[in-house]
Design a binder for this molecule. Structure first.
Ligand code: BES
Ligand code: ZN
Ligand code: ZN
Length: 501
């Protein structure tokens, strides 16, 4: 993966680094001559800058930029839109937009003043971290399987940050950069087509990451799953020629191997829908149905590399959902590891079926908190659009905690209810639970309430439906394909471990 160098420098150094494009960022009514970089511009060019300001001021917004190849220095005027609307969300979008422009105009290196991007209530360290992370996110494209152009892929090389004296900023820049790169790793795994990213490849990716980052990885074969009674995972996997892999990652950052957080990721490497096959358009993106699993691998990678003083376990049931003579059928009854039977109302509601066994397996760790991340329901996108994921939990304090983690990490979640009234929706006729709701409405809640039947023994549990955020939207300034949703959320959960002890 490409690597961008981030450096914190002083205002004096910024003046001397003439090869780097100077970014003037400001809200719509800014006078550029008040900007700290203004004194680095040649006098003749200053006039030009002010002139341009006059021309553009009226409609400077995040989407309106002017590039000025001035005298010795290149300058990029970058409008941030209205000051009143500025928030952490607009900050992140602006950073990605800036990176996008820099790539478009082949600006390999630029210098920014971090204080231009200040968000009320958020400290400079967080802004530095968010900046570095979002630069990485905006720089990523899925090009691994393409011939590079002669001059190479356009990429950002060196970014210089100027800010008031602050010794923590340098550390936060590298943390942000690490987070961004690992989110990109999750995107890379999810973008890789189903024929390449099979359950075995997911397991190998976990093994390779564990080796590099410093966590252990065990993988259960179908034979071992059978012994444990994982009829859910095996049932979904029956139609595929690919062997299911049950991936277990353990990071022990505390002295005693007790009280871990358990993160579970849906790992359907390709979701054809099974015998109740999906229409072709809906199937196109279904190699990304292991995005939850990818997020768990990437999050553990960051947690281990940061050497966080927590215990954290990642679990991914990696399975392919295919139609064949061996497939599970509508109406089938699957005996899960919990000993509950699942009645198959629909073979395309496979995620919750494999997750049921993962939740039961998690019980052996007596976790403090369990979070599962899954591209579970199309209904999630209908409810929320593409900017955030759905959060469902029976515990109010967990809801509050997860919301805060979402807001702080830029990986946003919004709560939907998990009221007991919905339990009647997932009652089976011939089995204990049914994998489709009895009704058409509230698809995302029905998915979650199904999972809740297998999560009742946990003191704290949250389900995150990332079907809505699986891919980015164009206005997010992210390359098409997987977004890496869930990764930053899980990292933030781990970083705030103290709130659970
Ligand atoms: N993987 C899909 C959900 C999905 C759809 C994720 C679009 C991302 C984008 C899931 O396995 C599925 O097919 N769910 C069904 C459930 C239904 C049959 C109860 C759905 O949402 O239609
Ligand atoms: Zn499905
Ligand atoms: Zn699925």
């Amino acid at each position: 993966m490409r690597k961008i160098t981030h450096r914190q420098i002083s205002l004096q150094k910024a003046a001397a680094t003439t090869s780097s494009v100077l970014v003037f960022a400001g809200f719509e009514n800014i006078s550029w001559n008040t900007h700290p970089f203004f004194k680095f511009i040649l006098p003749a060019d200053k006039e030009y800058l002010l002139h341009v300001e006059k021309d553009t001021k009226k409609d400077v917004g995040i989407l309106e930029k002017v590039i000025l190849p001035l005298g010795k220095r290149k300058v990029l005027l970058f409008g941030l839109g209205a000051n009143e609307k500025w928030s952490f969300r607009s900050f992140e979008r602006a950073v990605r937009c800036l990176a996008h422009l820099a790539k478009k105009y082949k600006i390999g290196s630029f210098t920014v003043h971090l204080d231009d991007f200040k968000v009320p209530g958020i400290d400079r360290e967080k802004i530095a971290e968010g900046f570095a992370a979002n630069i990485e996110l905006a720089d990523y494209e899925f090009v691994t399987h393409r011939e590079p152009p002669k001059e190479g892929w356009p990429a950002l090389k060196n970014i210089f940050y100027v800010c008031g004296a602050n010794k923590n900023v340098a550390a936060q820049l590298s943390t942000g950069s690490l987070i961004g790169r690992e989110v990109n790793y999750a995107r890379e795994l999810a973008n890789t087509p189903g024929g390449l990213m099979t359950p075995t490849h997911v397991a190998n990716a976990a093994r390779a990451t564990g080796k590099e980052a410093g966590f252990s990885v065990r993988v259960l074969s179908e034979k071992e799953m059978k012994k444990l009674g994982m009829g859910g995972v095996l049932g979904v996997s029956a139609g595929s020629t690919e062997e299911a892999q049950f991936v277990i990652m353990e990071y022990w950052g505390k002295k005693s191997k007790k009280d871990p957080f358990v993160f579970i990721g849906k790992g359907i490497t390709f979701d054809s829908g099974g015998l109740q096959i999906k229409p072709s358009q809906s199937m196109e993106e279904m190699h990304m149905d292991m995005s939850g699993g990818a997020a768990v691998i990437a999050a553990l990678s960051v947690i281990a590399r940061m050497k966080l003083p927590i215990n954290c376990v990642g679990i991914i049931p990696a399975v392919e959902n295919m139609p064949s003579g061996g497939s599970y059928r509508p109406g089938d009854l699957l005996k899960t590891m919990s000993s509950k039977t699942i009645e198959i109302g629909h073979t395309d509601a496979e995620g919750r079926v494999v997750l049921s066994d993962a939740l039961t397996y998690a019980e052996r760790y007596t976790p403090k908190l369990v979070v599962d991340v899954a591209t579970l329901t199309g209904a999630c996108t209908v409810a929320l659009g593409h900017y955030l994921s759905a959060l469902l939990t029976p515990q109010d304090h967990v809801a509050k905690f997860m919301r805060a983690c979402g807001d702080a990490s830029g990986d946003y979640v919004w709560q939907l209810p998990l009221w007991e009234e919905y339990e009647s929706h997932v009652k089976g006729y011939s089995g204990d639970v049914m994998n489709t709701g009895r009704y058409r409405e509230a698809g995302t809640i029905q998915g979650a309430i199904f999972l809740h039947q297998f999560a009742k023994n946990f003191p704290a549990w949250a389900h995150i439906d990332i079907a809505s955020t699986m891919t980015g939207k164009e206005d997010q300034w992210l390359a098409r394909g997987a977004s890496g949703a869930g990764t930053r959320l899980l990292i933030e959960v781990a970083r705030r471990y103290k709130e659970f002890f």
